[in-house]
Design a protein around this ligand. Structure first.
Ligand code: NI
Length: 172
């Protein structure tokens, strides 16, 4: 396994619509392993392939809390698609490894059902609520070139990006 470089806003790969994967083969599996390692290393709960510079419809998610004694529970999703969602939405704080150290409240569907190909290329479905539902919507957005900051008001986005810029300048 290898740790991958995480691309940050405003890298253009984050704005691209990612391409479907034709077949889940060993190359894709090895990439899934690398993505998971990269996500764990960055203490993220989700990572989409465009965030590591690969414009393909691939996502890894793990919303378990190993620091609270929970077992790791990685979910590998290839070509994920939301096939159902609740009418009800809820608003929660989200962050993103591609927009480091920032967060904002985003409205998402409370529940979603997602169809995807698993690690072995088998068709699978997952019904999710809570943090997992948020993570699924956030990561699938990445595959369509959408960041969570695209889903907040223009004013909030400008403030957030200003903070990000300031933080980067201080790091230099
Ligand atoms: Ni993200």
């Amino acid at each position: 396994m290898a740790k991958l470089k995480v691309y940050e806003y405003p890298h253009p790969v984050l704005k691209q619509k990612a391409e479907k994967v034709a077949k889940v083969d060993d190359k894709i599996r090895s990439f899934l392993d690398d993505m998971l390692e990269t996500m764990y290393d960055a203490a993220g709960v989700g990572l989409a392939a465009p965030q590591v510079g690969v414009s393909k419809r691939i996502v890894v998610i793990d919303v378990a809390h190993p620091d609270e004694g929970e077992e790791r529970n990685p979910i590998y999703l290839v070509n994920p698609e939301i096939i159902w969602h609740s009418d009800e939405e809820s608003c929660q704080y989200e962050g993103c490894l591609s927009v480091p150290d920032q967060s904002a409240e985003v409205s998402r569907y409370k529940q979603v059902r997602v169809q995807y190909l698993d690690y072995n290329g088998k068709e699978a479905e997952i019904m999710a609520e809570g943090l997992l539902a948020i993570a699924l919507q956030h990561e699938i957005d990445h595959l369509d070139g959408i960041l969570y900051i695209d889903r907040i008001s223009r004013l909030k986005r400008q403030m957030l990006l200003k903070k990000l810029q300031k933080m980067r300048q201080e790091e230099e």
